[in-house]
Design a protein around this ligand. Sequence first.
Ligand code: NAD
Length: 353
Amino acid sequence: MLKQMENAGMTDLHLGLDPASGMRAIIAIHSTARGNAIGGCRFIHYAREQDAITDALRLARGMSYKAALAGLPHGGGKAVLIRPEGEFDRHALMQAFGRFVNQLGGRYITAMDSGTEVSDMDSIATTTEFVGCTTACGDPAPHTALGLFAGIHAAVRHRLQRESLQGLTVAIQGLGHVGHALAEHLHRAGMRLLVADIDPERVQRCVREFNAEPVAPDAIYSVEADVFSPCGLGATLNETTIPQLRCAIVAGSANNQLATDADGDRLIAHNILYAPDYVINAGGLIHVAMHQAGATAEARDEKIRAIGATLAHLFAEADRSGLSVHHVADRHAETLLAQAGHPFSHAEEPDHA
Ligand code: NAD
């Protein structure tokens, strides 16, 4: 286990059990060098306990990178709450998890992730103050969309040498919380919208509200567009889909968009500019962190819009160095962590979520 932590460059791992509620949880803290660790709590079934620990270790490092490049005074962490088999009292389980988080005295701040909901965060908030994404905090998706909007502007400026989005075309894959809010921003900015979702009602809503043009889910990769924005599932950029793309820029919210590291290079080979997922989708994290810190909405939005400037810097550095943008981003995050005193350095890629 310690070797696994060392390989992931983690500083601490906490295991928590509460027999009364059935809580079995893992909190992995990758780094607190830049500040207390922040990251979501995953609540899913695991076939083996070891898989849950591996998931927490795998994802915590990505959160450190994401917080560092977002300019937040936070490190990265991730919690995994193993979903019990059979019946359980969800509120009691979340409260027990909150007590576990609270014992760490703020070294780790939890938030929503796969399997958890706002109501769970409200339950957790009854036993700890170190939680985001509560009803009081609000949905992070509109803030993620604002960051995407700033990032798309930066990518268009860099690749197309254009200040305005007016008249450009975007293909959006996935019209959920983030995709729909992004569609609204881009429609207002005068872009033509091509949209796809496996849920036809979500497509129709965008057609009605933003005059979007519907595209079948498996046809969205090959439409001609300036920007392709993956806002559905992860790993959609792979050896099959990338050759189909007819866009200049990929910029979307989905986590872990590249199926493999080689797919970053594949995008370059197809002359496509890639905005690294964990940089461009940090708006929600910025919102949660700054809400915790009691920041004003103006200060928060300024930091979210700064995602555009961060990306512009990474794009320029990638051009200068000849490295892919996602490698430049990882290297930059590692430098920031090392400068803050994080004791490990890494060559391999982290998973971001
Ligand atoms: P969501 O569940 O609300 O929306 C996802 C949408 O994608 C759904 O409408 C779903 O039907 C659609 N979808 C799924 N498979 C598809 C496919 N094959 N083709 C087309 N559409 C498909 O999720 P969300 O909150 O909007 O998040 C979108 C993505 O962004 C996720 O990958 C999420 O992890 C990531 N993300 C979200 C946030 C946030 O603030 N919500 C922050 C960072 C990253």
